[in-house]
Design a protein around this ligand. Sequence first.
Ligand code: GLA
Ligand code: ZN
Length: 662
Amino acid sequence: MRAWPKDGIAFGGDYNPEQWPRSVWDDDMRLMREAGVTFVTLGVFSWSWLEPTKGEYTFEWLDEAMDLLHANGIAVDLATATATPPPWLTSAYPEILPVDHDGHTLWPGSRQSWCPSSRLYRELALSLTDRLAARYHDHPALAMWHVSNEYACHNLPCYCDTCAIAFRAWLEQRYADLDTLNDAWGTAFWSQRYTAWEDILPPRRTTTFANPTQVLDYHRFGSDTLLGFYREEYEVIRRHSSQVPITTNFMTLSNFRLLDYHDWAPLQDVVSTDHYIVDSLEHPRAELSFHGDLTRGLAGGRPWILMEHSTSAVNWQPVNPAKAPGQTVLDSLTHVAHGADALGFFQWRQSRSGSEKFHSALVPHAGEDSDRFREVCELGAISARLGELLGSTVEAEVAVLWDYEALWAMSGPCMPSSAIDYATAPHTFHRILRERGITCDVVHPSADLSRYRVVIVPTLYVVSDENASAIASAAESGAHVVVTYFSGISDLDDHVRLGGYPGAFRDLLGVRVEEFFPLRPGEVVPLSGGGTGSQWSEDARAVDAEVLSTYAAGPLQGRPALTRRAVGEGTASYLGTLPDDATLGSVLDEVIALAAVTPAAQTPPGVEVVRRSSSEGSWLFVLNHTTQEHEVTVTGHDLLTGRDVGPTHRLAGLCAAVVREA
Ligand code: GLA
Ligand code: ZN
């Protein structure tokens, strides 16, 4: 085995040599060396090439690929190949196929066609993992183990009978007896009271709304079930391979919501994740930065691995635009700014057949004589030059809370508004702070909040008593807490906290809300002092808080929209609506001033700044996401150009600087 590449930012991606004739492999090695590739992920979807029929193993090609990579100095992140079963397996054991909400079998012919609860599938997968680990644990190219692939992608939730049985067992663990379950699920409503465990089903398609707590528990069950599978694969690998780090690639992009990564992260030797730009978002690069801060939060502040992203277009949107020249490098450096110590892509060589033939890659269809490949080579060279900042961290004085259980519960059926999305408020606050050069950690509500000067609590619909009181204690001891609408409404069973909203934060905020007045898509309400609110409004009364802004028209005219209360050494502000960017900006400017939070640097709009630091020094990432040239104030040595810069530095559009500060 070898160490994970440490000379620079590790650089590479998914390598699928089985898609190509052997004659192409030598060319792959030549081009990988040219591009500066230092690691590849091998074998993610290789099961049918490793075990073409039951019990017949064909590891020779993988031996050869591993040897070849080693000979070329490239480290291997070796996959367990268990993400997708081969056709012989699903033919022999059709009972492992997943079933959708409507009871339809999801047939093979694509990928990930297996039920997350299937013991049979697990046994077959574990036996392949066992063979791989036994064969390659001491291979000199091996630097990391990559378990499965993007757990939950495509096959969760599954509603099959196997899942029904497993769900009952999970519920018995959680609730012990049916009275407790009936109480938690509120089954007195609509005659849903259970008197036998066997009567409980997954929340399959039904006449109308399913029980919301049942749906919430089905999310928890799905995440726990796959985590159980991950643990089993982990243990099988560890029996053969005691030292090599083990990971599975998360999907912390904000439109993937199926796993509670706060439970998964502690079981990773190193947190790794995938990220793709979603072009339909209004602020796709702000989402990229949010994703980086969320991943760093999952990694406990330590550096993480970007296992996959794309050099250019993806193939799964209705329309898939290519990246502009420079954006391959700029997007990658943005991930590094937020704490990535490795840059991986899907995939090395663009496929000529199959479902992802129009997904970009490091080597495009056009071949090495292409601007994209030249930019890839430039990125490889840059990655090699950034070795000095490996292991450095990103320090933030502001926390934005993010919680998958709140997300699941809030996304449930029959809410006051289906027009508000869990991610909107956290993304908006994060984006407005990012525009001000202020770095945020995105962390779970149970994180240690004592280290933050500002704590943002956006649409934390469900919150436990403990986490609510930790948020209040943070304010007592000097933090400036900002809570938004639709936070603290329910407990972990999704039972509403009574006596006026927001139950869990009513005392902290000194605000009591009697009724919600959610706004329709596109509807805005004017605020006193200028600006408008969107998404939400509510009939709030300031019981013990200063009113900073009220609704200026409509049924809530004169009612508080923004309040603040002094709490111990800190403050607790409340926003009953989502103000427009400029208004929210001035609200946050005030909070930042109260908290004396400092930006990483002052920059023009569209130029992002993040600082990484260690005992060795500090590096300021200046990321110009606009297409115009901008001037920034920074002094030091730019690792990208190898030149000293400052006190002002002119940065062209879609360009970056990574400045070792004096
Ligand atoms: C995911 C998968 C890859 C590939 C990419 C395409 O991240 O892990 O196999 O399908 O999406 O964007
Ligand atoms: Zn199932």
